[in-house]
Design a protein around this ligand. Structure first.
Ligand SMILES: C[N+](C)(C)CCCC(=O)O
Ligand SMILES: O=C(O)CCC(=O)C(=O)O
Length: 540
């Protein structure tokens, strides 16, 4: 064992029995690292632990930087591989880290000439059977050493007890005054009108009160008092903002291919236990697909699951809908034919974010399910065929859907097959070949390039190494990110004595994320998040 120098990195072997087992095999984790590395902040990630992943969690929030390893038996079996994985992926990340604590630790490591793969790690066991949810997280008391007004810049500077500093614009502080005249406390909503906000306000005085808050007197003698923790959460530094946004939106994704072991959770546990619900929703967000097992094989279960979240998304196919081989089918899904990889409902401009499919009855022959990670496939397309990627992220394609179900409908939409945000990051896939319209609103010279680009994307997603195949059994519910995954099914033999029957429902990501935040707060409280942010304030 390599001795641990003072202030060096320690490893805690975190024995964790995840509520969602086998989210991914150890062999996949290095991939996760490579994807995360570019913007990777070595912060503690309790959420990741809760989804049952076997990986390394970094933390610089305690006096010494810690590395948690969330694993189980896999650690014993793969410890060598884990060590070298950590050395390969984590060391460069730590080396790039601006955190003074990490820099100090790295220097200590270099002094001791500790090189990869050992990476100055001391395995230490912490209590077994302890999840991070129940682990005593260091509670950060964010106390302020000093506050001052920088009148020229119209900024308030907070110097924190641990040495860091944060800057807050006067205008922002006045805008966010928490007093009952400026904030409706019962709704946590702003009362102060924009028209009444002096966006060039000065500050008469500022001080730290005896109970550790910031007290400001404005030129009109209005007074604002801000809690240290509240201010810390809202620090404007790049790192703090990035951490806050990740905490709010959980936008980091784990990209996968055919080797994915689809995360699983128990249907009843998810319905009744917040820890299980949290694990489910975290994996749904990060991986994009989770199987729930053990639902009764009868109609009504996807509605119960949607109620666990909030409410489902009504569409022209009804509150919930029955996937069966129907005569005069109003959708190709309601036949026994093959469904090629697709997202649901690109005929809507705002397609449902999340889909539940519950197997009530499976076919005797055929009907196996398929899924691919559309974001990962888009990344591969961008790498292999940038021209095709440009085409699919820029051209708007017409989709159409006409018929009668919940009521009669005649939908038309224009969507980019690969939707990107203003920074070029893929946010949504819109593609169902069945509802792609024959109306193609392109000048002649763009038609053939469009087909070439679409075919290139489809060819990548159809590669066997990218497609996960599974067979749903009665009582299984697949829950997946319909903005990200493309799903399909093999054709099946329809028999009157054994009717294949799935029940489906849609939800939107806003409602799902809302429930995720609530169960996370129920399970962890707010302490871990603020602790995570404790060292992220801006150095000036
Ligand atoms: C019919 N339904 C609800 C199973 C799927 C509709 C998806 C689509 O046509 O894009
Ligand atoms: O029948 C299936 O397995 C999948 C159905 C489907 O893809 C859909 O309803 O969108």
């Amino acid at each position: 064992m390599v001795p641990s120098p003072p202030n060096s990195l320690s490893v805690l072997l975190h024995s964790h029995h995840p509520p969602v087992p086998n989210v991914c095999p150890p062999s996949i984790n290095p991939l996760w690292f490579t994807q995360r590395s570019p913007g990777f902040n070595p912060q503690v990630e309790p959420s990741f632990l809760d989804s049952g992943w076997q990986t390394f969690i970094f933390s610089t929030c305690s006096p010494r930087p810690l590395i948690f390893f969330a694993g189980d038996k896999a650690w014993e079996e793969h410890s060598e591989m884990w060590m070298s994985t950590l050395a390969r992926f984590a060391r460069p990340v730590f080396q790039r880290s601006p955190s003074p604590v990490v820099c100090k630790a790295m220097k200590a490591c270099r002094r001791m000439e500790l090189r990869a793969p050992s990476f100055c790690m001391t395995p230490v066991h912490i209590r077994r059977h302890q999840t991070l949810g129940s682990a005593p997280m260091p509670v950060a008391a964010h106390s302020m050493r000093h506050v001052r007004a920088l009148d020229e810049e119209r900024l308030m500077a907070v110097e924190w007890e641990d040495g860091g500093q944060s800057l807050y614009p006067f205008t922002w502080l006045r805008d966010n005054c928490q007093c009952p005249r400026c904030t409706l406390q019962s709704a946590e909503a702003r009362l102060l009108l924009m028209a009444d906000l002096d966006i060039h306000t000065g500050m008469d005085s500022v001080e730290v009160t005896k109970d550790g808050k910031v007290s400001i007197v404005w030129p009109d003698q209005h007074m604002s008092v801000f809690d240290a923790e509240w201010l810390k959460k809202r620090c404007f530094s790049d790192a703090a903002r990035q951490a806050m946004q990740e905490e709010l939106f959980l936008n980091e994704r784990y990209y996968w291919d055919a080797t994915l072991h689809i995360p699983q959770a128990d249907f009843q546990e998810v319905l009744h236990d917040d820890g299980a619900a949290l694990a489910w929703l975290l994996a749904l967000r990060r991986v994009g697909i989770v199987h729930l097992k053990g639902a009764p094989a009868e109609q009504g279960q996807v509605a119960r699951l949607a109620e666990r979240i909030g409410y489902l998304r009504l569409t022209f196919y009804g509150h919930t809908w029955q996937v069966q081989d129907k005569s005069m089918a109003n959708n190709v899904a309601y036949t026994s034919g093959k469904l090629s990889l697709h997202t649901d409902y690109p005929a809507l401009h705002f397609a449902p974010g999340v889909q539940f499919l519950h197997c009530i009855n499976q076919a005797k022959e055929g009907g196996e399910s398929e899924a691919v990670d559309g974001f990962h496939m888009a990344e591969q397309l961008q790498r292999e065929d940038p021209e095709a990627f440009r085409t699919l992220t820029s051209l708007h394609v017409d989709f159409t859907d006409t018929g009668t179900d919940y009521c009669d409908f005649m939908l038309q939409s224009k969507n980019r097959i690969i939707d990107v945000d203003s920074e070029g990051k893929v946010t949504r896939i819109n593609y169902n070949n069945a509802t792609r319209d024959s109306v193609l609103d392109l000048p002649l010279h763009q038609v053939q390039p469009f087909y070439r680009a679409l075919r290139a994307y489809v060819d990548i997603m159809n590669r066997p190494e990218n497609v996960v195949t599974y067979t749903m059994k009665p009582g299984d519910i697949v829950t997946f990110d319909n903005w990200r995954l493309l799903h399909g099914r093999k054709s099946y033999i329809s028999r009157p004595d054994r009717l294949r029957h799935l029940e489906g429902a849609y939800l939107d990501w806003d409602e799902v994320m809302s429930r995720l935040r609530i169960v996370r707060r129920n399970v962890h409280g707010d302490a871990w998040a603020s602790d995570k942010r404790s060292h992220l304030h801006r150095k000036i």
